[in-house]
Design a binder for this molecule. Sequence first.
Ligand SMILES: C[S@@+](CC[C@H](N)C(=O)[O-])C[C@H]1O[C@@H](n2cnc3c(N)ncnc32)[C@H](O)[C@@H]1O
Length: 271
Amino acid sequence: MNILASSMKIRPRNRTSKRKERSPLTFRQPEEKEALVVTLNRMGYMLSQPEKYNQAFIDFAPFAPGPVLDIGAAYGLATIPALEKGAFVIANDLDERHLKILKNKLPPSLRKRLMLKPGRMPNGLEFEENSLGAVLASRVLNFIAPEELLPSFEKIFRWLRPGGKFFFLGATPYMGNFQRFIPLYLKRKKEGQKWPGLLENIPFYAPNRACDLPQFIHLLDEDDLRQLSTKVGLIIEEMSYSPAIEEHPQEMKFDGREQIGFIAFKPEEVL
Ligand SMILES: C[S@@+](CC[C@H](N)C(=O)[O-])C[C@H]1O[C@@H](n2cnc3c(N)ncnc32)[C@H](O)[C@@H]1O
């Protein structure tokens, strides 16, 4: 059975009920497998547990100088623990089904502090300037085109209040699934090409994962992220690799450089 079909629960109609009829289709979160939960829209997997940079966002969220935004929240990896800690969270995702599943997982007390904001980053998402206390983009900006990265960073910077923080996590060219791509990445890097990590043919490089992924993925490295952050005025507090975890599938693992994360803040006075 395909993932979409297996994730849909068919609700029988209750003809005697006088209550307003619900949609007969309710989406369910797919089952976790090897510490990953597949997305419903071929945008990879949600982690089953927060890693270091997700956790840093979760810990900061209740003390952030404003509501916090989780871009590409999927089924709530970071949104749910941040709500549990008392934060006001805006959960965004390209796929509204993910957000509905997220909301359905919550008790009414936590729903009160949750706002759902479906839309595609960067062009389908807007907030007022200086309105957010923190932003998380965990393993989502790998799925946007290179020319959309700077506009995304500019928007995040504009939305943050001074003192607000941006938490980032993304796949690097050393993600184990894409090992065959490393020589091309290193060649482009040596030649000084812009965006050396743009992998445009996932079915070629990772045929056994292609069914869960789009056609391209933009694998990001430290230089890309430092340049983008500096250009928009973010100050990086910390940046490091974040390895695949023990439970992840063997083919995802490489040498500890599989993912990269950083924490940056918007200074009080724009430099
Ligand atoms: C790989 S999953 C990551 C989920 C979770 N943040 C994590 O770190 O495990 C990517 C999620 O981002 C969403 N997504 C992809 N591109 C997006 C975009 N341009 N704007 C908003 N959400 C997007 C997908 O629908 C999917 O739910």
